[in-house]
Design a protein. Structure first.
Length: 350
């Protein structure tokens, strides 16, 4: 059931995808969770580019996880679980002798659907893997923006050097141009606008500060979609609110007659992730016209409150059909789900 401020109509078929629905990429690994799909339309179908997080089956007394080698290939690192130099208190990130590692390795998978509900992997569209020095811990949380015939894939590139934003482009989803990092560490949650404004490209991004500032949503502009500058802060966290600890952009903002409608995620000190919205000026998207006081979606369904990392709804993908906004989202860092919204209803709450 929806809470008073929850505007979502969840798919009856949720979860749409669970770890057991896909095959592991490599013998000896298992899929721990599915997360946060990018969404796009191509050849008349709705597509998801799903983050698939894998690891070896865990054995008593040890902790093992995969990493990619910069020159290619994969290796499995195994550590004794009782090692005094191991901090495994977080299910997602561990620290061993001062070095951080991820407990899983993520790659991206393409699935398509005729009806937007039943998604399947198709032949000819293979997985996307991390490559090179800055993606050895995998690639995550891809957002897809279409500009003309080009699809821009912005994703989180993870390595011991930090968390950064990588870019690949494609026109056919089989051949990709690798553009490297467009935002250096620590940065993530990057979504490109699907239209130029005054001749410039625009993108959200989320630089992170540990000691000063915080996890805020920023806006950048670019002459070519590759080189970015003109950075402006557009949304901070809010003390006492549902988005008090961190905020980050969802997918490309939606052009409406009121302004650019941007869906974003916010988390509180208990790591509870909800969705809200921002309204930005059509001609100058650094001007914020409105913001959600209450979440438009909260983790209340069982598949959202219980999972690999519970009490999470997190989106970086949607499709728009007139007033109907269909958001695909990660639930509890384990499942892929869907929900419908009314664009007008969201605007009326801002």
């Amino acid at each position: 059931m929806s809470t008073s401020s929850d505007l979502s109509i969840r798919f009856e078929q949720n979860p749409l995808l669970s770890p057991a629905d896909l095959q592991p990429s490599t013998p000896g690994l298992e899929i721990a969770c599915l997360l946060n799909p990018g969404v796009f339309r191509y050849q008349g179908k709705t597509w998801l580019i799903v983050r698939v997080a894998e690891r070896p089956p865990q054995r008593e007394g040890t902790l093992s996880f995969p990493v990619l080698k910069p020159e290619g290939g994969m290796e499995i690192i195994t550590l004794p679980a009782d090692d005094p130099d191991l901090d495994a208190s977080d299910p997602r990130v561990i620290n061993f002798r001062g070095v951080d590692y991820l407990t899983t390795l993520s790659h991206l998978r393409l699935l398509s659907s005729e009806d937007g509900v039943v998604f399947r992997e198709g032949p000819g569209y293979g997985p996307l893997w991390g490559q090179g020095l800055y993606e050895t811990f995998g690639i995550e949380d891809c957002r897809v923006s279409q500009l003309g015939a080009d699809y821009y894939l912005t994703f989180t590139a993870v390595s011991p050097n930090g968390v950064a934003v990588g870019l690949r482009t494609t026109q056919n989803w089989q051949d990709f141009v690798h553009h490297g990092l467009i935002f250096p560490p620590h940065n993530k949650d990057c979504a490109l606008f699907e239209a130029r404004i005054g001749g410039s490209y625009y993108a959200f991004h989320r630089p992170s500060s540990v000691d000063l500032g915080g996890n805020y949503i920023w806006l950048a502009s670019s002459p070519d979609g590759i080189h970015w500058g003109g950075h402006k802060l557009i949304a901070r966290t809010r003390t006492g609110y549902w988005d008090s600890q961190r905020v980050g952009a969802g997918a490309s903002p939606i052009r409406t007659d009121k302004g650019w409608l941007a869906i974003y995620h916010g988390a509180d000190a208990n790591h509870r992730y909800c969705l809200g919205a921002l309204l930005l000026d059509l001609n100058d998207p650094s001007v914020v016209l409105g913001r959600s006081e209450h979440p438009i979606m909260e983790p209340t369904a069982p598949y959202e409150t219980t999972g690999f990392f519970g009490h999470v709804v997190f989106t970086n993908g949607h499709v728009v059909d007139g007033d109907r906004l269909t958001i695909y989202y990660g639930a509890a860092d384990e499942y892929v789900c869907g929900a419908h919204f009314s664009v007008r209803e969201i605007l009326d709450t801002l």
